[in-house]
Design a binder for this molecule. Structure first.
Ligand code: ARG
Length: 710
């Protein structure tokens, strides 16, 4: 009886199986369109991706290099997540004119604010360049191949962009079994149009991050400006709102369980073809180390941020970024274990091993993989402790910039030196090194050294640690404290004015005598001499073996459709609106207010009084659901990852129903293994977005620009 019941339950869960795959838009017609049609898509493959006529892909843009956005009006208005616009919104905020906390709605073009550093790139086209690239690397060793690739890429991108204003990128697919070219037009005059107060746009903060049920109004809006001819141009007051090739209409119809949903965007990185040993390194070594090291920065920053608005505004964007992946790695380690990903990978490898046993090309593959991991495991924390640890304090980052200038000078090319100098001076803007932030940085510097000494085996530490930091002191804690004090009183890098002066007029002798320079150089040189060759070897070997593994898997399962790992190139994932376990499929505004009451005193759950009033009066207009409540967020079973943030969630007719902004905690293992039972995408409902623009922000100018269909 119980058995029958279990069989039944299993069948039931198969029905709501999430849809795996981040597919290449150019190949949808060949690989996916039939299935998409069966699931509810009404559009032709050409309406999704075409290079000759306007298609959906022309409305989906790469936002700032780490997010996705979509064009939603004939005047170049783009919609993305609040957390994607966060850096720009905070950079435009001051204690006096605090648009981060108060929200911002431009009521005319004139009120829009140039957003520093934001870029928007349109994909002009993509091409399969596998033959050309693979021919050029034929018979090369992995090392030579890695060396050769940049030159091949450059010759291809130079060729296709010659005489145009386009930019191009080549990307490896299936770990180098295939290569694709992507041609972009990049716009840099981007202006902020609207954002809700962060109590709405980041409601739930770090507590709710990566979790469902969710109640975040995670959106912001920008506008693309072009020159008078509609071409990308740098900022000018004379630039005009851009007229796009295509923009997405918005649906007010709302979502129902089982509705078709697709998401187009720029997913950043996955590693779905990772070997079982790689899973072990993530769970046992690297992920916990990142969490431990990031804890240090977060605690020190938070202590200062709560005391002062200016300090909070200066640090909040970096805090959110560090906190986001602090929690990500905690979740990834936890869910890789919960979801038994190591065991699943082992099972897959076992099946592969059986199939490969009599095939010369593949039969040694898994043994070679084991050898590579055995050699790497003991040193697998080195790169993390250098990157996330020693190099992470602001003072270390500024020192690294000075070293970049030193390296440029050593090359003896004045033009390059000037370029690097001005780049580094500009990068200093990202480093808010003043007042109590210096106190925090000092604490970070100190605590990181303690972690380094405690967690990196003694025989893997540079002599510098014993000779210059601990100096034979029996109390190493005390020694690190003294060393930190010395650094922060004697180094030029402990003073922003001195750093700036040095960047403008770099005197190498001064640099070489600086204790911070000696510090960073000691750790870096030690890593470069002792570990880098081994780490490179591991990366090259596992890449080559991974490439062979994927090739073998494809031969082993000739009818299966494979998709390549995410690599920040444009992809499409399709699936359905789908609940998750016992949780609701859709959340509403009443629950926002309930959370606000339940977590009283926790600023992450504060809400503006105006939102409370609107909820009381239930004045939701056409944005309400059938039950009269206002939708906030919903779930789909689409396959996304970081970088997809801000992507449009699109129905079968090509209309926006929401914005993707997160994944659920139970599927945090998703970058390494897709788990159909657990994997969900968290989307902000487009009706909540429109309600906030319309009723909360009273920006009818924005609403009037949109193409809204019932
Ligand atoms: N987890 C979300 C993502 O990676 C980002 C959320 C940003 N918010 C935050 N609380 N740090 O797309």
């Amino acid at each position: 009886m119980i058995r029958i019941l279990i069989a039944f339950l299993l069948l039931g869960s198969l029905n709501v199986k999430a849809d795996e795959g981040m597919w290449i838009p150019m190949l949808l017609k060949k690989l996916n369109h039939e299935k998409m049609k069966k699931m509810g898509l009404k559009l032709t493959p050409e309406q999704l991706y075409d290079v000759n006529q306007a298609s959906l892909k022309d409305a989906v843009v790469w936002f700032g290099g780490g997010c996705t956005a979509e064009v939603i009006s004939a005047k170049g208005l783009v919609l993305t997540n609040h957390h994607c616009g966060y850096g720009a919104i905070t950079a435009l905020s001051t204690a006096k004119d605090n648009i981060l906390d108060n929200g911002f709605w431009a009521k005319s073009y004139q009120e829009e604010r140039p957003a520093p550093g934001i870029t928007v790139s349109f994909l002009v086209r993509m091409d399969d360049i596998s033959t050309e690239v693979l021919d050029s690397v034929k018979n090369l060793s992995e090392k030579d191949r890695a060396k050769r690739l940049p030159a091949i890429y450059k010759s291809i991108t130079d060729r296709v962009t010659k005489g145009t204003t386009y930019e191009a990128q080549c990307r490896e697919m299936f770990k180098g079994n295939a290569y694709y070219l992507f041609v972009f037009e990049r716009f840099t005059d981007i202006r902020l149009v609207g954002a809700p107060p962060q109590n709405i746009g980041k409601f739930g903060g770090e507590t709710d991050n990566w979790m469902w049920p969710r109640h975040t109004g995670d959106f912001s809006m920008f506008r693309i400006y072009s020159d008078k001819d509609g071409k990308a141009a740098k900022y000018s007051a004379d630039n005009i709102p851009y007229t796009p090739k295509y923009f997405l209409p918005i649906s007010l119809k709302g979502v129902n369980k089982g509705d078709f949903s697709m998401i187009m965007g720029f997913p950043g990185r996955t590693n779905r073809y990772e070997f079982s040993q790689g899973v072990q390194i993530a769970t046992d070594m690297v992920d916990p180390a990142i969490v431990k090291l990031r804890d240090v920065r977060l605690n020190a920053w938070k202590e200062q941020m709560v005391k002062d608005v200016d300090v909070r505004l200066k640090l909040t964007s970096q805090f959110a970024g560090v906190a986001n992946y602090w929690k990500f790695y905690r979740g990834e380690a936890e869910q890789l274990k919960n979801n038994k990903v190591f065991e699943q990978k082992q099972k897959e490898e076992l099946a592969f091993g059986k199939w490969a046993a009599d095939k010369t090309e593949y039969k040694n593959l898994l043994t070679d993989v084991s050898k590579a991991f055995e050699a790497y495991k003991p040193i697998s924390l080195q790169a993390t402790y250098l990157g996330e640890g020693i190099s992470s304090p602001f003072i270390s980052r500024m020192t690294a910039m000075a070293i970049a200038i030193e390296d440029a000078i050593a090359k003896g090319d004045d033009k390059t030196t000037e370029k690097v100098k001005s780049q580094m001076l500009a990068s200093l803007d990202d480093i808010p090194f003043s007042g109590t932030i210096i106190d925090a940085d000092k604490r970070i510097f100190d605590s990181i050294l303690v972690l380094y000494c405690n967690n990196i085996p003694k025989d893997q530490q540079p002599k510098f640690v014993g000779e210059m930091i601990i100096k034979g002191n029996a109390n190493s804690r005390e020694a690190i404290k003294n060393y930190t004090n010395d650094i922060f009183t004697t180094s030029i890098f402990a003073d922003m004015d001195m750093v700036k002066a040095w960047f403008k007029n770099p005197r190498i002798s001064l640099l070489k005598n600086d204790p911070m320079y000696k510090h960073i150089k000691a750790f870096r040189n030690y890593y470069n001499d002792n570990f880098k060759p081994k780490v490179d070897e591991y990366n090259e070997t596992t890449l080559a073996l991974g490439r062979l593994y994927i090739k073998g898997l494809m031969e082993m399962q000739p009818t299966k459709q494979f998709y390549p790992d995410a690599n920040s190139s444009m992809r499409l994932t399709y699936g359905i609106v789908s609940p998750y376990m016992k949780f609701p499929m859709i959340t509403n505004l009443d629950e926002v207010i309930e959370k606000n009451i339940k977590f009283k005193g926790n600023p992450e759950f504060d809400v503006p009084q105006r939102l409370i009033d609107l909820q009381k009066s239930k004045d939701y207009g056409r944005y309400a659901m059938k039950d009269g409540k206002l939708p906030v967020a919903f779930l789909t079973d689409n396959d996304i990852t970081g970088g997809n943030s801000g992507s449009p969630v699109i129905d079968g007719e090509g209309r926006i129903i929401g914005l993707a902004f997160d994944g659920n905690w139970e599927a945090m293992s998703g970058n390494i293994h897709f788990d159909p039972a657990n994997k969900r995408t968290i989307c902000v409902d487009i009706r909540y977005v429109l309600f906030l623009i319309d009723k909360y922000g009273q920006a009818s100018n924005i609403i009037n620009e949109l193409k809204i269909v019932q």
